[in-house]
Design a protein around this ligand. Structure first.
Ligand code: CA
Ligand code: CA
Length: 368
């Protein structure tokens, strides 16, 4: 939605006139949403010259009316009284095209859901349960029976964060029907909540809400499976108060930040690392690090590499994204499978949290 700068004739400051996004959308009428609890005068521009100007207005839940208006230059001047119109949220449409269904009270409908191309129950609240293999791609088919869809209204939220990157794609079947795909490859372990919202291209924005939940279970962790014979080395310790490395592989990844449940590096401008040696080589394609945490504060490092031995040194098989990581209880680093008996979680100098960049603070390391 865009706010248009034509409030010159509005005499009451509490009024808000918002273009309903259709000027750039699939429907070419001028549509506005106006919220006011007092009488106002508004003066939207005439976008396209036409012999007859058709103006319709209604309050939310009310009936369309033809308001009286005056022309002033290239503007239409309207006096609107929310009491007379029957509500404070008003929808104004100028020159509606014939295909616009002005009596659309219904949100878009869910046509179907696919997970990795296979049909799933077409439920607006989809519970996928606990699984080792959540779908890598979820796709919702959505259509509006009355009007076009407003693709600008699409919002996909994963675990409380708006997904704005290329993990969301929209396939347009027609103006009224789309497929919405979400790429869930490399989903983190644990429980996840997804929501999808999309509205029709209609001033009152009939909106469809879709939800899905899934819990990704972990497979065999080589470190824990062989914990008795696993060796752990670290680059340093936090002063004298974090001498123990055993908490890094004790299978416990709950809340805590002291040395009985975590290890912390020295806090200095050097690289820090945790080296894990398994009793025998194993195929490894991901490493999960559980961060020290207290309450909802997670000490998630922002720059991490996963390294495996090469020659007498180390080869990096995973590098962090430039933007770092969202603080969370754990972070899994995915890479091409290598067979190795040793790997290390390497934090380049200054790669810790934003607050404490020179510290590495970890509760558990897992490898799969
Ligand atoms: Ca509709
Ligand atoms: Ca632990």
């Amino acid at each position: 939605m865009t706010i248009r700068g034509f409030l010159t004739h509005v005499y009451v400051m509490s009024a808000l006139l918002i273009a309903a996004g259709a000027a750039t959308g699939p429907v070419c009428a001028d549509m506005y949403i106006l919220t006011t609890n007092v009488p106002v005068r508004v003066a939207p521009p005439i976008q396209q010259a036409s012999e007859e100007i058709v103006i319709l207005i209604k309050a939310k839940g009310g009936k369309w009316q033809r308001p009286e208006y005056e022309l002033e230059g290239d503007r239409i001047v309207l006096s609107l009284n929310p009491k007379e119109l029957g509500g404070t949220e008003l929808f104004l449409v100028i020159n509606p095209p014939p295909e616009l269904d002005l009596y659309d009270e219904k949100p878009p409908v869910l046509l179907g859901i696919k997970g990795d191309g296979q049909p799933l129950p077409a439920e607006t609240v989809l519970e996928l349960g606990r699984t080792l293999t959540p779908p890598r791609v979820l796709e919702w088919g959505v259509a509006d029976r009355e009007n076009a869809l407003d693709l600008g209204s699409l919002k996909v939220v994963l675990d409380g964060e708006l997904v704005i990157d290329d993990r969301v794609s929209v396939t347009q079947v027609s103006k009224c029907q789309v497929g919405i795909s979400l790429n869930l490859a490399n989903l983190e372990y644990g429980s996840h909540h997804l929501s999808v919202k999309i509205a029709d291209a209609f001033p009152q924005s009939n909106e469809l809400h879709l939800k899905a939940t899934v819990t990704k279970l972990a497979t065999t962790n080589w470190v824990q499976a062989e914990a008795d014979t696993v060796e752990v080395k670290v680059d340093s310790h936090y002063m004298t108060s974090y001498p123990l490395v055993a908490p890094l592989i004790d299978g416990f990844s709950g809340e805590g930040s002291s040395n009985d449940v975590t290890w912390a590096s020295a806090e200095d401008d050097q690289p820090h690392w945790i080296e894990i040696k398994l009793p025998q080589p194993r195929p490894v394609k991901e490493v999960t690090v559980y961060w020290a945490n207290t309450g909802s504060t997670f000490h998630t490092s922002q720059n991490i590499e996963i390294q495996v031995p090469e020659g007498g040194g180390w080869k990096t098989v995973y590098t962090s994204p430039k933007k770092g990581f969202t603080p969370a209880r754990c972070t899994t680093f995915f890479f091409d499978e290598v067979t190795t008996d040793r790997f290390r979680v390497y934090q380049p100098a200054g790669g810790g949290t934003v607050q404490r960049p020179d510290l590495m603070w970890v509760a558990e390391v897992e490898a799969r």
